[in-house]
Design a protein around this ligand. Sequence first.
Ligand SMILES: [Fe+2]
Ligand SMILES: [Fe+2]
Length: 285
Amino acid sequence: MSATIHPAQPLELLDQWDDFVEGRYREGKSEEEFRVYDAAATPGVAEFYRLNHEGQTVAYVLEKEKQYFGLDKGMKTIWEAAEFLNTLVDDSDPDTDLTQIEHLLQTSEAIRRDNHPRWMVLTGFLHDLGKCLCLYGEPQWGVVGDTFPVGCAWSKDIVFPEYFANNPDRLVPEYQTKYGIYEPNCGLENVHMSFGHDGYIAEVMKPYMPVEALYMLRFHSFYPWHRHGAYDHLANAQDRAMMLWVLKFNQYDLYSKGHAKPDLKQIKPYYDDLFAEFLPEKVAW
Ligand SMILES: [Fe+2]
Ligand SMILES: [Fe+2]
């Protein structure tokens, strides 16, 4: 793969963002260390967040929700969706990089090894399928990255907060107050989150998965909330109870890499059964 970083696609691979997040939350790292970023050391990641923080406006999010939350992009089985997602890393080195399916399986298999409920194993497999947004032509900065509410003041616990300086919503006074367009403790389901793969897969799975799973899907990249306690003023009692599940899930998303590559052939029958238990053969994307 070319080493040239195109401004519109600053990450060489989407995984570069996952690796950055994993490093940020490496065990034992203090809150102070989290805040120390070296844009020079990770120029692709810094450029990625600059584009993300400038582009994720209320207007952008509402437009993308309209474009994708109607789920009119076609019917696909879960395997078809996973195979489709796998085409994302076609030109990467298969020896050094996990394919998208391998990341999903490493996450779900780690959850399975720890004897969590079957719906949680399934959630592990599903959680990044929304990255297919890249294949629909969405820019990386609109697919991955930490998520945050739009339409209210940005938390200082969002990475690279300085990059919000050029977000056009800065000029809308209503969006710059603590609560912005929301009521106190309105509940996160009433909040418009920056657009990305999390919100999209949660919409796709809404009819089929338990509420705990939907929280894991929708908020797994909402690090300012589940890692730093930000935006509690928008959360309600259900959100606070569900955060425990999101945190439980997050361990597997971040730290299941490095385990042996899953043998898809061997475990496929288990997943065929798992998909059939919770989902119709084809789901709307
Ligand atoms: Fe993800
Ligand atoms: Fe993931």
